[in-house]
Design a protein around this ligand. Sequence first.
Ligand SMILES: [Zn+2]
Length: 273
Amino acid sequence: MNVLDFEKLVRNEKTAKHYVLTRCSMVAGLHCPNCSGDRLYEVENGKRRRCPRCGHTFNPFAGRYLNNVKLSASEWLWVVKLFELESSATVIASETGISYPTALKTIDTIRCAIAETRCLNGGAPGVFEARNRGGRLGAPNGNGASGDAEPVADDTVLYHLELGNDCLILTERSPEYGYLVCGERKIEVVDHGRSFPRLRVYCSAKGFWPFAKERFVKYHGIPLGKLPGYLEEMSFRWLNRGTPLFDLILERLCRYAPAGTFTKRARDEQLVH
Ligand SMILES: [Zn+2]
């Protein structure tokens, strides 16, 4: 969506809300969060909905990712537009007038919506094997049989992301594997900790890591607990490169969030670098 079309959406709160509600209905129809009833009527001049079956009154965004931050519809659309354009939280806050902490929370919510539950669970467990350049890991002088490999301990892999047929694995800086084997494919070390001193990055996707890295370095450090969300955002941008992202992002935000999404999130403020 170009800025001329976007301008029409945010002409006033009514047009913005109409657009967001329409998108919500397209993604998942409105239903009562209390009893799942879908025969609802409007109250308070359309601000809220009431369920005649159980009497519950709720705002039409209840239960969706959008509802995690109390923004007006036009503020949400502006944030999504600026996020699409890769603006920082500082720019988003100053351009929309929302506070910086709210901008951060809004961006976190977008990343969670993009990643869905993967954002909360970190890397999905995978089965990896490690090999040094000569053969079996740890074999003297690297003379082990080339077919042997050792499994990688679960706590060594910090994050694992599947990108179509490709695979991105982050481990602590310390392991000195020559490469990993993931699904019988050899995954080379593509960043030996030069960009991110505390990480080793194994990746078979030649194009993805440079794409993600140039964006990561702008942040001057990413909390380790938030790294999965950043990586999911990068994979989303990578997989949809060349496609306008505005409606794709908004569609994710309009989905219903799994129960407990915003109350059990781990906070890990450890910096990557
Ligand atoms: Zn109900």
